[in-house]
Design a protein around this ligand. Structure first.
Ligand SMILES: O=C(O)c1ccccc1N[C@@H]1O[C@H](COP(=O)(O)O)[C@@H](O)[C@H]1O
Length: 213
């Protein structure tokens, strides 16, 4: 019998060097950096990661409807090799970015009417899906969706779960682990203010993950 893999943690929306280093002491599996100008968590045009950031923490660039050329330019010199595509990016663009050596996380915004057939064309073009709550904003809506909808998911591609995750609901999110859940993605639910993460909330989440997965 093979042991089930531990559910991974991604802390997204990081932008301030000191806060990045402080959060890195908890060793989340992934950290996300938002390259979307309209977000309060936008990292800015000339973003560079602090050199002290441990190499074992995977870095993810989050983009919304940017061209491949623009994504490659923005990532140049950052060392980021995974992208989270959080808009209506096509299968063709996912393949193109893969050909440029990037790992692909493709987001789908979920509401009660979401049809998981829409994810099928992407199966061979991405590494992971990310299921986030459909809301007013592209991301960072701070709301959960009805996770029961995931029973309709075909489970071919491992997925990140996001949308309003926090220390009060993360234990329930872990109950999805038999559905090809790969990682939990926290953002606004662990903040003092947009882009500034609360270390106590991160610590609480790490402890819940340690004792429940
Ligand atoms: O956080 C943002 O401002 C943002 C803007 C544009 C695209 C994605 C964004 N964040 C992503 O949204 C989800 C859910 O966040 P939350 O937990 O509901 O705050 C998460 O994957 C972030 O990466």
């Amino acid at each position: 019998m093979t042991a089930k893999a531990k559910i991974k943690l991604k802390v997204c929306g990081m932008r301030l060097a000191d806060n990045i280093i402080d959060v890195s002491t908890f060793m989340p599996d992934y950290m996300g950096f938002i390259f979307f100008e309209d977000s309060p968590r936008f990292v800015g045009e000339k973003f560079l990661l602090p050199e002290e950031l441990p190499a074992t923490i995977e870095r993810v660039g989050v983009f919304v409807n940017k061209s491949t050329e623009r994504i490659m330019n923005l990532l140049n010199g950052t060392g980021i090799t995974t992208v989270q595509l959080h808009g209506s990016e096509t299968v063709e663009q996912c393949l193109e970015l893969r050909q440029n050596g990037l790992e692909i996380i493709k987001t789908f915004s979920i509401d009660d009417d979401f049809n998981f057939e829409d994810t099928k064309p992407y199966v061979d073009a991405v590494d992971f899906f990310l299921f986030d709550t459909k809301g007013k904003y592209y991301g960072g809506n701070a709301k959960t969706f009805n996770w029961n909808i995931l029973t309709r998911y075909h489970q071919q591609v491992p997925f990140f779960l996001s949308g309003g995750l926090n220390e009060d609901n993360i234990k329930d999110a872990l109950l999805l682990k038999d559905m090809n859940l790969y990682a939990l993605d926290v953002n606004s639910g662990v903040e003092h203010q947009a882009g500034l993460k609360d270390l106590n909330k991160i610590r609480a989440i790490i402890n819940i993950l340690k004792t429940n997965s």
